[in-house]
Design a protein around this ligand. Sequence first.
Ligand SMILES: *[C@@H]1O[C@H](CO)[C@@H](O)[C@H](O)[C@H]1NC(C)=O
Ligand SMILES: *[C@@H]1O[C@H](CO)[C@@H](O)[C@H](O)[C@H]1NC(C)=O
Length: 389
Amino acid sequence: MVLLTSSQVSVVLSSGIVVIFTFLLFLSGYILQQKSIQSLHTQIRPQDPIQRHKPPLVEHTPDIRHQTPKRRFGNLQDRIIIQAQLSAKEEAFDWSRLAYAQLVRDHSEVCNALIFFADLKRLRSPVPRLLLFPRNWVEGSDADVLNTALETSKRLLRKASRRYRVILVPVDAVGEQDGSDPSHYSLASIFSLAQYDRVLSFPSPGLVLNSAPLDSILAFSEPSSVAFYPALNTSVALSSLLLVKPSTSIFKALSHIRASNNIPDTHLLSNFFHSAPPLLEVGEKKLYTTAEQLRTAKTFNGTAFLTDTAFLYFHDSEVPGPEFEVPYSDTVKRRPKDDDQGFLWEKMYATYKDRRYNVCGMDLETWPPPYKQEKQHIEKKVTVKKTDL
Ligand SMILES: *[C@@H]1O[C@H](CO)[C@@H](O)[C@H](O)[C@H]1NC(C)=O
Ligand SMILES: *[C@@H]1O[C@H](CO)[C@@H](O)[C@H](O)[C@H]1NC(C)=O
């Protein structure tokens, strides 16, 4: 028989209490953890791997339907069938015959294309990405000539392929013209990608802010041969999104015209497809905006801008391109008065600057440029009469 002193009893009791409370604490922690894991699961679920293969179907189709109520945006019937099949079979949508394609003609355009591809990858677009570039960059015989612009472009092409999973597509100058002149390359080359059903190309430079609506356009619109958004404006360089249904015969016809008239692509396309329907009707939501529209909009809703805008095209008749470092006093002078608008306007340029640095490893160029870029000759303001074709 062991007699316990009162101090021993209190030690036993208090350690018992400690054990019990520790257990209770553990239990409540465990329950809490399970709960938060569950809620995490439910939060994560909508973005799970299955979704990665068909994001626009699940999340964004209603959006598009909402924003284009009356419109020829693909065939609603088709879309519903695709969705039904998908949910029935749990089978990933086949994106392999759709593509984003950018044509670069000149070394100065490569970084802009890379920025699109980097954004598309970051936004997890499932659509294949193609970069079309002059074949003579890789097959030129001038290997012994030190050409820093060419070296930079080759470095960027390698990065596009490795980092951003871009498919590199060397193209020839159209109509058997001299391949060393950038103006001899044409967007007509996109029509030659006959292994793809539909291809979307962006006006450059720009930023992809939200890829899902663009993925949906690729997945669900069925242009007869080409569609523009917004409608083609022949008084400026090509500034529309271009949705193309590749076709070898159209490619040949366009090449033939380009070979005999070295006209800018805007005129080539507007003359060849004069009755092309618009890709979308411009509804309440603005999928596409230009930097100038963002800067000069009279009524501005920052929330709506951030949720709706899929693509920003850097075009502004009063502001140099985003690749130039503009003196800050000029920026302040042009900055919109509205706080949100001014903030977002500046942020778009800052984002471009950041991409240029992080994606291409390039700084901004000085403004005004030391020499007038020869780039301008690619898309000169030319007035072409229909009879020229
Ligand atoms: C075409 O662009 C010019 C120059 O920016 C502009 O003044 C004109 O309003 C545009 N036309 C259309 C139909 O958008
Ligand atoms: C801004 O847009 C959002 C979403 O489109 C909307 O909910 C909100 O009411 C708008 N705000 C104003 C002030 O119009």
